[in-house]
Design a protein around this ligand. Structure first.
Ligand SMILES: NC(=O)c1ccc[n+]([C@@H]2O[C@H](COP(=O)([O-])OP(=O)(O)OC[C@H]3O[C@@H](n4cnc5c(N)ncnc54)[C@H](OP(=O)(O)O)[C@@H]3O)[C@@H](O)[C@H]2O)c1
Length: 245
């Protein structure tokens, strides 16, 4: 039995791709949403589209690499809606390249966004969840951490670190909280836009076009985990095209 009680869900990176598809799907089932991303015009436009369909959505300018920004984002959900049922740590970047290129600034950016960002999300939401005696962390990880490929080392490392933190959080969280790690394979989104190596970007976009899933498929998996009864914790979901090795 799915839990159909309307939820309050905060989604980082909610202006595009997996985050936007998840927001739209959850809104259809009556969830109240707080979505955040760096580009104010995009996140506001996404929220406006959903409001036009009757959804209750707040848009926030958010940089997950900044702890104060994440804290304000998470707090706004509680302030506006009086509760927070789930935080989807979805925002992520993947400026992948050969280690030989020494793109150290891009390594730092991946660590800041993909790893520090979700940690700041945990730091902001955990006290709220503890006080409510209920709450759900959903971390968007990646199959890149499960099957390694060249040029993916730093990106995959950030995702595997997040996977480990999610499992550690699950072990410590007790019966009131839930933790889900969702690992998508190739998904057709703007995800390759942060790749500065143009040949690499072209190759990833080509592969996405050939075998990438719709972001709606990942949204369905996230909604499945969130809408389970409160005592049912879906731990890990790996979801990829049947054509992906
Ligand atoms: N697409 C894939 O093939 C794939 C596969 C496995 C895992 N994933 C993971 O899925 C997640 C979502 O990516 P996507 O594929 O949906 O890509 P996307 O379409 O590029 O969406 C990324 C979202 O994150 C936001 N974002 C980026 N940096 C941010 C920051 N510092 N603070 C706040 N928001 C930020 C972006 O908006 P702004 O740029 O305006 O901030 C955008 O809303 C990522 O964690 C990614 O690693 C994707």
């Amino acid at each position: 039995m799915m839990d159909t009680t309307p939820k309050v869900v905060a989604i980082t990176g909610g202006s595009s791709g997996i985050g936007l598809a998840t927001a739209k799907l959850l809104a259809k089932s009556g969830a109240k949403l707080v979505i955040g991303a760096r580009r104010a015009d995009k996140i506001e436009a996404a929220a406006e589209d959903m409001r036009a369909e009757g959804a209750d959505v707040i848009a926030c300018t958010l940089d997950v690499a900044d702890r104060a920004s994440v804290s304000a984002f998470v707090t706004s959900a509680e302030d506006q809606f009086g509760q927070l049922d789930a935080l989807v740590n979805n925002a992520g970047i993947a400026p992948i390249s050969d280690l030989d290129h020494l793109n150290v600034a891009e390594w730092d950016a991946m660590i800041d966004v993909n790893l520090r960002g979700p940690l700041y999300g945990i730091a902001a939401a955990l006290p709220i969840f503890r006080q409510q005696k209920r709450g759900h962390f959903v971390n968007v990880v990646s199959t890149a951490g499960l099957v390694l490929a060249p040029k993916m080392a730093v990106y995959a490392a950030t995702k595997n670190a997040l996977r480990t933190i999610g499992e550690g959080l699950r072990l410590e969280s007790g019966p009131d909280l839930r933790v889900t790690n969702v690992s998508p394979g190739f998904v057709q989104t703007d995800f390759a836009s942060s790749i500065t190596d143009q040949a690499m970007r072209g190759a990833i976009e080509k592969r996405m076009g050939e075998i990438g899933l719709s972001p709606d498929a990942i949204a369905q998996a996230i909604a499945f985990a969130i809408n389970q009864p409160s005592d049912v914790e879906v731990g890990d979901i790996v979801i990829r095209s049947a054509a992906q090795s």
